[in-house]
Design a protein around this ligand. Structure first.
Ligand code: UT7
Length: 331
């Protein structure tokens, strides 16, 4: 019997309607369109507005988009993973609520948190369940409402992040399509440089933490940038080397969308031409766990069965890595 690999067989997406442009940011924080465009590549990002709407609102819509396009019966789904750094609630899982709302009544579900690498790590988890033969349909959703933890007076973070969700279905394949290799890393040194201080078990919420703005995400941008550039490029190069791939074997680079300069540095190291690099940072900014599946959904029409994709991500923690996957279908 042929080896079972885990293939992506469908994708879906959702971004909120509200568009926060660089021009609008200029009206409430000391920044400008020219700086943001040249330093990050971002022109606009989406923001989820509306009382009581959390990350699950977008996760559900992305999953429904996938289900509607693929005609998959949600009752056949075995497992729903929501990769997110901004769950609806701290204790009750966002994935459980999402699974129930989309009609995945036979699934179990849980959240996975690894900051901007959540979806990448989730791909590894989803693929492992499929490769082992334990489950047949694993729905992985990357979703983040970053606007819920952003200080819109802090120009170091508010210009970068946006809200959104994307979904991918993993199923068994015996023709060699799907996830081929992964190289995942982490280093606790990163905790100081990209974090939210309060609201966790170290510093629970109090009037003081709210007053001190400790429920917002903080990042030391320059430091994170340096680690991101070297590590994303290193792992991408490593995964090519150990699979004996050259740049000509790679049809698409699928990089986390944090900063256009990080994307370019990774692409340069891998040697892939610009038109082979998936980019949508100009439209959505950094949507944390949603960047990779949003890219897949945006580029789905251009992907062909047999295309080799290299995914690369870097995020808080630090967490980072690369995945080599062969695309399994023509849309
Ligand atoms: O998603 C995973 C993790 N996150 C990342 O990977 C993000 C990594 N970091 C970055 O993308 C970049 O560090 C930022 C976009 C956050 C900042 O860009 P930078 O090129 O590292 O800028 P900087 O912080 O070194 O600041 C350069 C200058 C400073 O002015 P002076 O000291 O040179 O006069 C800043 O005060 O730019 C100034 N500046 C701004 N100016 C206008 C910083 N932020 C802004 C801003 N608008 N929003």
């Amino acid at each position: 019997m042929n080896k079972i690999t885990a293939a992506i067989t469908a994708v879906g997406k959702y971004v909120p309607e509200y568009v926060l442009t660089n021009k609008e940011l200029e009206t409430f924080v000391d920044t400008n369109d020219e700086w943001i465009t040249t330093r990050t590549g971002i022109k606009e990002r989406r923001i989820l507005k509306g009382e009581g709407l959390g990350t699950s609102y977008m996760a559900i819509k992305a999953a429904q988009d996938l289900l509607q396009k693929s005609k998959i019966n949600p009752e056949e789904i075995d497992l729903v993973i929501v990769a997110t750094a901004t769950p609806d609630l701290l204790v009750a899982s966002t994935a459980v609520y999402t699974a129930t709302e989309i009609g995945a009544i036979n699934a179990f579900a849980y959240d996975l948190q690894a900051a901007c690498s959540s979806f990448l790590y989730g791909m590894s988890t989803a693929a492992s369940y499929i490769e082992s033969g334990r489950y047949k349909k694993v729905l992985l959703i990357g979703a983040d409402k970053m606007s819920s933890i952003i200080d819109y007076t802090d120009r170091a973070t508010c210009i970068i992040f946006g809200d959104g969700a994307g979904a991918a279905l993993f199923e068994p394949n015996t023709e060699g399509f799907g996830l081929k290799d992964e190289y995942l890393r982490s280093d606790g040194i990163g905790r100081e440089f990209l974090k939210m201080d309060a609201g966790g078990s170290i510093l629970p919420a109090s009037a003081e933490t709210v007053k001190n703005k400790q429920h917002f995400v903080y990042q030391e941008g320059k430091t994170v940038f340096k680690y991101a550039v070297s590590n994303m490029a290193d792992v991408s190069e490593k995964i090519l080397e150990r699979n004996h791939l050259t740049k000509d074997d790679i049809q698409w680079l699928v990089p986390h969308q944090a900063n256009n300069r990080i994307i370019e540095a990774t692409a340069n190291r891998v040697g892939v031409a610009a038109d082979r690099v998936m980019v949508n940072i100009h439209k959505y900014g950094n949507t944390t766990s949603a960047t990779l599946p949003l890219l897949l959904a945006d580029y789905e029409d251009q992907l062909k069965k047999g295309d080799n994709l290299i995914f690369a991500a870097f995020g808080g923690g630090f967490t980072w890595g690369a995945i080599y996957l062969t695309w399994a279908y023509n849309s």
